[in-house]
Ligand binder design. Sequence first.
Ligand SMILES: CC(C)(COP(=O)(O)OP(=O)(O)OC[C@H]1O[C@@H](n2cnc3c(N)ncnc32)[C@H](O)[C@@H]1OP(=O)(O)O)[C@@H](O)C(=O)NCCC(=O)NCCS
Length: 175
Amino acid sequence: MASTEPRASLVVRDERPDDREAVFATHAAAFERPDEAELVDRIRANGHARIALVAELETVLVGHILFSPVTLQCADGAVDGLGLAPLAVAPANQRAGIGGALVRAGLARCRALATPYVVVLGHPEYYPRFGFTNASAHHVDNEYGATEAFQVLELVPGGLPARGGLALYGPELRP
Ligand SMILES: CC(C)(COP(=O)(O)OP(=O)(O)OC[C@H]1O[C@@H](n2cnc3c(N)ncnc32)[C@H](O)[C@@H]1OP(=O)(O)O)[C@@H](O)C(=O)NCCC(=O)NCCS
């Protein structure tokens, strides 16, 4: 029976340059298209990968998560945060807690960097378990016309401006 508890041999670590091919293959397989894999390459090449972690099972790369800069434009100026995108777990290893381990480890890094907030455009049934809530409840808008899928997590008290604003991703992710 599938378990959402990660197996004991799971290791989450920083991405290394020699992980590139396996990271590309993992995203391409998980999303069943190359778009997200190519997106990771572009973000990395532009020096915008602020946090990039891989998950390994018995030294085989089975998952990857990336965080890149986001700016929240609000009435009083701009507040910098991070956007979680993309996240992928190899199809054969899904529903075993690996995606959750990557998200938790990534958010721990975000907290260590005193990141005020993190946004994600993703499955509305998946991210609330990590504390994400609908961004519209915080008056945080997006450029994609996303509603339930656009979610936010405040990591520092007051990290999100009370009146919200418009979240702008980096150039690789702009519509
Ligand atoms: C989404 C994804 C990263 C989750 O990783 P995972 O290792 O399979 O997930 P976990 O084992 O940590 O968590 C499993 C839970 O997530 C849920 N889940 C998995 N994929 C989901 C999806 N696409 N939508 C909603 N919930 C999902 C499972 O139903 C399960 O829920 P349960 O604990 O209530 O049974 C992985 O399935 C994946 O790579 N999917 C394809 C690419 C993708 O959609 N990436 C995310 C873009 S937002």
